[in-house]
Ligand binder design. Structure first.
Ligand SMILES: *Cc1c(COP(=O)(O)O)cnc(C)c1O
Length: 376
């Protein structure tokens, strides 16, 4: 497929197939776990057993790699399975650098599963380049970025941090779940690895769990990760692959429109007297707006607000909003709102009065009116 095609075209073309036997224009779901073997021991279809590969997964992996401008895509049964697979490539004695405000399950998983096995884990304020420079050591093997971060939407400079990582021979990986490749393509900014929870914008309809890694090079790391995928089997089912592949076809349209809605909602809320702060990188007042502008083509459909008053007051507001469902997760067509601190626990750095908002595809006038009414 031509690299010159625009994202929207690539999304459609990379997920398109034509069935040779019946002409179906979408890929059938191949549920078969095993594939025909020839008398000479070979596999004519190229498929052996569906933990190793299957047609629906193959199409999804190719498409995801194309959209992130990578050489290889590897998909998993969840975002966490993808991150765990990558951390499994670390060796005892390696130093892993995580953002202080990383997606909280990532730090918990890293500490509980890898911190106890000789991997040195350190959290740093990733948007502070001086702090990152200071934290990098000779044994730093991987720097993990999440930008914008969850839930305070801090922005870290991918290009600058990838450069610092490469100086000591470390890899730079970016959790690109929130912006999606529509708005940010970290491999083009110097990162080596991109990760997505495809549960979010790729799936887009809050009905499928998935994750992926995309690598800039098809080298030894790719080989090792493919091997881990085969050995551990944390793979999505053909139906899950099919749902995520279908989501890709409308990814650009959804993310662009949801971003427009979020930008308008942020502008409205930042002026509201009952809102203490709005965290959205698209606002000129955001402390990292310039860095965001440099590496993103849009500022995304996620924002968070701090409501004036207590945690209780913020929580009560979620009940007053009628078009924003109170639920965790993000990236679906429906707007969601969530009080984060009560989910993350007392040790999280998230402010007590913070609500995280995933802006959906409803009409923006209705969404703003809903906040207006709820804030009273
Ligand atoms: C949801 C999410 C994850 C975890 O993905 P799962 O699919 O839930 O395992 C990781 N990072 C970010 C930024 C997320 O939003």
């Amino acid at each position: 497929m031509s690299k010159l095609l625009k994202f929207q075209t690539l999304a459609i073309q990379s997920t398109h197939t034509k069935d040779k036997t019946n002409g179906a224009v979408t890929m059938p779901i191949t549920l078969s776990t095993t594939f025909d073997r020839e008398a000479d021991g070979t596999y004519k279809s190229g498929y052996i057993y569906s933990r190793i590969d299957n047609p629906n997964r193959h199409l999804l992996e190719k498409s995801i790699a194309t959209l992130e401008k990578g050489k290889i895509g590897i998909v998993y049964s969840s975002g966490m399975a993808a991150i765990t697979a990558l951390f499994q490539t670390l060796q005892p004695g390696d130093h892993l650098l995580l953002p202080h405000d990383v997606y909280y399950t990532v730090s918990a998983m890293a500490m509980e599963l890898f911190g106890t096995k000789g991997i040195e884990i350190e959290q740093v304020v990733m948007y502070d380049l001086k702090a990152v420079k200071k934290a990098i050591k000779k044994n730093t093997a991987l720097i993990w970025l999440e930008t914008p971060s969850n839930p305070q939407l801090n922005i870290s400079d991918i290009k600058a941090i990838a450069k610092l990582a490469h100086k000591v021979g470390a890899l730079c990986a970016v959790d690109n779940t929130w912006p999606s490749p529509v708005l940010q393509q970290p491999l083009c900014c110097g990162a080596d690895i991109v990760m997505h929870s495809t549960t979010k914008y790729f799936g887009g309809h809050s009905d499928v769990l998935g994750g992926c890694l995309i690598l800039k090079k098809n080298g030894n790391l790719a080989k090792e990760l493919k091997h881990i995928q085969k050995l551990t089997g944390a793979v999505p089912s053909p139906f899950e692959c099919w749902l995520i592949t279908r989501g890709i076809k409308t990814l650009h349209l959804r993310v662009q429109q949801q971003t427009k809605n979020a930008q308008k909602l942020a502008k409205y809320l930042v002026k509201h007297p009952k809102i203490e702060a709005v965290h959205y990188p698209g606002l000129k007042s955001h402390p990292h707006h310039k860095v965001a502008k440099k590496q993103m083509t849009g500022f995304g459909a996620m924002l968070s607000v701090q409501v004036k008053g207590s945690a209780k007051k913020a929580m009560r507001l979620t009940g007053k909003l009628q078009l924003f469902t109170t639920a965790t997760s993000l990236g679906g067509v429906e707007s969601l709102v969530e009080h984060r601190k009560s989910i993350e626990g007392p040790n999280s750095p998230t402010p007590n009065n913070l609500l995280r908002v995933s802006v959906g595809l409803e009409h923006i006038d209705d969404l703003i009116a809903d906040w207006k009414k709820a804030l009273g």
